[in-house]
Design a protein around this ligand. Structure first.
Ligand code: MG
Ligand code: MG
Length: 275
């Protein structure tokens, strides 16, 4: 099945520990950017806040200059799904914004995103964000309990379709990915169930797991800036993402200070630090 597909880069423990360092800097930078997201603040300000944390830590941005991307984070507001460019847009009360960033330490990458609702949350937006985040954690748990990468998308899909109330859509145009000496590597990590089981889960596999959910249809379009992806029906969207390592003793969420314990233990998975 791997015929013609790029090889997966399997990492040793030392390499994964360096990725963890990159993930911890990233987590702090996202904390700062998320805390700064408030009505009246520009998305450019969030980029400045994020960039300052990376710079203070001596880490580099993997977003800045990536295929010409001009900032250290993507800020995607409301109907913007992913890849929004920080700029003069002023956040309004009730906006839902996903902040996606990454950091490099000694050549090893991390990638993580979270969604923030600015000021007063529309309950349906809050639900969208809560379900997307919970879906991400189920996908991460499946990396620990599953045998193949396809188990992640199956777990995300099964969870999202089991949530009572108005159905939410899972985007298919954008997917998670392997990560390591580059930000985007093999394999693709789909957020939905397919007939393909995908590659085997083995120690040294590091993945960015990033479900993107929408309140409406899953069709997307790219704006004239050649970056910003929007829903074609204008409905709101949401993204959560973590970088996760598989090692021979278990999994560890590289971009969460507790390795993901708070959210994984209730799902029956106890993260184990990289030996
Ligand atoms: Mg990302
Ligand atoms: Mg990613």
């Amino acid at each position: 099945m791997a015929f013609g597909q790029p090889r997966i880069e399997f990492k040793n423990n030392a390499q994964m520990r360096t990725m963890h360092e990159a993930g911890l800097v990233l987590s702090q930078a996202l904390d700062a950017a998320a805390a700064a997201a408030a009505p009246g603040v520009t998305t450019k300000h969030l980029d400045d806040v994020f960039a300052a944390v990376l710079s203070d830590a001596g880490a580099k941005s993997n977003f800045l200059g990536y295929h010409g991307f001009p900032a250290t984070i993507c800020t995607s507001v409301n109907d913007e799904v992913v890849h929004g460019i920080p700029g003069g847009r002023v956040l309004q009360d009730g906006d839902i914004i996903s902040i996606d960033g990454g950091a490099i330490v000694n050549g090893w990458h991390s990638d993580s995103a979270r969604t923030v609702i600015v000021g007063t949350a529309d309950p349906e937006d809050q639900r969208l964000s809560d379900v997307t985040q919970a879906a991400m954690w189920r996908g991460i748990a499946a990396l620990a309990t599953g045998t193949h990468v396809g188990d992640i998308g199956a777990a995300i899909d099964d969870y999202v379709s089991s949530v009572p109330g108005k159905p939410l859509g899972i985007l298919e145009d954008y997917v998670g990915h392997g990560i390591g000496s580059e930000m985007h590597m093999a394999p693709d990590v789909l957020n939905y169930r397919t007939n393909h089981r995908g590659p085997k889960i083995k120690p040294g596999l590091c993945l960015a797991i990033e479900p993107m959910l929408v309140r409406g249809g899953i069709e997307t379009a790219v704006l004239e800036d050649d970056w910003t992806v929007v829903t074609t029906d204008g409905k709101r969207s949401c993204q959560w993402e973590h970088s996760v390592a598989v090692h021979d003793k278990g999994i560890w969420v590289l971009s969460a200070p507790d390795g993901g314990a708070e959210h994984l233990v209730p799902l029956g998975v106890t993260p184990v630090p990289i030996p």
